[in-house]
Design a protein around this ligand. Sequence first.
Ligand SMILES: CC(C)(COP(=O)(O)OP(=O)(O)OC[C@H]1O[C@@H](n2cnc3c(N)ncnc32)[C@H](O)[C@@H]1OP(=O)(O)O)[C@@H](O)C(=O)NCCC(=O)NCCS
Length: 149
Amino acid sequence: MTRIAMLGIHHLEQCLLIETRSDPHPWGRVNWLRSLRDDHCLGYWQGDELLAISAYTLVLDDVSLLNIVVDNDCRGSGVGRRLLTEGLEWMQQFGGARCLLEVRVSNTVARALYSKLGFVEDGIRKKYYPLGDGHEDAILMSADLPLLV
Ligand SMILES: CC(C)(COP(=O)(O)OP(=O)(O)OC[C@H]1O[C@@H](n2cnc3c(N)ncnc32)[C@H](O)[C@@H]1OP(=O)(O)O)[C@@H](O)C(=O)NCCC(=O)NCCS
């Protein structure tokens, strides 16, 4: 039995566990703590097990996808698509009319997910992400809500 529900501060350690296992560029404790406290965070559970986490913020009617991470063991089975689709439906209830995001140029899997959901590329933010000794560009993407999927 799977479900999608809000995450709170008490899920911090579980979020960090998923992120450490599964995100090559983890946010870390301080960012998750802040997001769980101040933003809209949603998780995907199978039974009692948290399998994926996501965070959104809302400014006027613009939703920003801050982060989404699916546990390594459940990739490629539609979890990310469902969490993001339902997360954005949820954000529409708070007034979201558009979703904006940034993604690493090298993150071809996430870019494919976003394109599949109807996001379009709006531009590039040069040297946005730290990467080793240097930096990596971000692709800026957006989609109107509701998603047409
Ligand atoms: C990006 C991420 C959330 C995708 O989650 P997922 O549950 O594996 O994705 P889904 O199974 O829902 O797949 C949805 C779509 O994503 C794309 N996709 C998923 N896995 C892919 C792969 N290995 N190669 C290419 N495209 C892939 C496909 O377009 C897929 O649609 P399809 O199944 O109809 O072909 C996951 O890989 C992840 O957590 N990555 C690490 C953290 C991260 O990079 N987050 C994004 C930050 S911007």
